[in-house]
Design a protein around this ligand. Sequence first.
Ligand code: BGP
Length: 469
Amino acid sequence: MKHAKLKDFPDNFLWGASTSAYQVEGAWNEDGKGPSVIDMANHTEGVTDFKVTSDHYHHYKEDISLMAEMGFKTYRFSIAWTRIYPTGSGELNPKGIEFYNNLIDELIDKGIEPLVTMYHFDLPYALQEKGGWSNRETVDAFENYARTLFENFGDRVKYWLTINEQNMMILHGDAIGTVDPNLENPKKELYQQNHHMLVAQAKAMNLCHQMLPGAKIGPAPNIANIYPASSSPEDMIAADNYAAIRNWLYLDMAVYGRYNTIAWNYMEEKGYIPVIQEGDMEILKSAKPDFIAFNYYTSQTVEASRDNGEEAGHTGDQQISVGEPGVYKGAKNPNLKVNEFGWEIDPVGFRTTFRQIYDRYQLPLIVTENGLGAFDKLEEGDIINDSYRIDYLRQHIEQIKLAITDGVEVFGYCPWSAIDLVSTHQGSSKRYGFIYVNRDEFDLKDLRRIRKQSFYWYKDVIATNGANL
Ligand code: BGP
């Protein structure tokens, strides 16, 4: 639909940006923090680990003051479970509580609304040693952790996100490092973990509503519209299959408390049906999110699986789908350009994704990640001319405006990332931030913060509530 006139961004629109604890904080073993699965994993060769990252743990005041200078209305960050409970449960670490109290107070002092992810990939290693999400006890540990967060921070935090990109942890467990590929049947295991995470999420949503009647909570999956590679009916079926497995399984459960039919039948066919304890489906049904947060970097395109083994093997990464025999096969979209890392760029797909989610669930939406990873260059005079990032963000914000005009309720936009940090598996040279952090892959240099060109651009976007793009 071509609109004659576009609607404005709503007043109080939450402009901001995102980070996650393990990718930005550093201080990996300080002040009583326990090891997480990230700290104990083998890191991709040739790129940095997560020990220091951007050292936000020690620079948070300076970083927040730069966010305030940009005019952030919100800052989406995650709490490291292992700072609060070094072994995942049991003894509480007061220093961890203190750090996030300080961070939250600093944000509020600067007029920035905290938007907290409770868990962003960094499961406590002590829980992993006991089976991680395969072990039902992790559900209890998460509920206990959630209670602690609500008790300690609920007086100031109004917006909560349960689990970051649960769907990517399940679909791309090997890229994100959440599953042991040597397991006998890793996929079956993953769908059991998935079920446990869904139950844990439902319990956390219920708990939040009981303990903090004024707060709002929602899931934060990575959602992308799926194109069929052609207008062939078989490709359309493949696109439907993948949309169910990648997107709707997670949101149907979060919102309606039921397994998506196509996804369920896929799980049955493949032998991935999880053990469901008595009472689980009631818990899942009883929990209701107040909004849906989602991460979007690009759309996906798939074609019918030829079932000839081509789709087997590795699973790509968060944004590159390879496929699964008999279900779908990842395809290239000839209409789209790709970034330096092979991720397709599809702003219009962003609008489609908004429309699809809102049509299905009718809940307010907030974007918790969207952005462009690039090898930024620090030029003489502390200049970082990231015009390519500005182009990417501008094109995507334009599409939010169109989605709003389409009638979609959108209340915030938090691109990835507020400040440079370490990528999930591609190191610190793959940068996303508005703020440059002066370090190399293996040379920490002075970790100086430098405003990029996009910093000034985004400041103006926020100041004009999206009118100046
Ligand atoms: C998402 C994750 C983030 C972030 C982002 C960019 O999947 O939620 O943690 O890292 O992707 O991905 P990458 O770091 O691989 O470039």
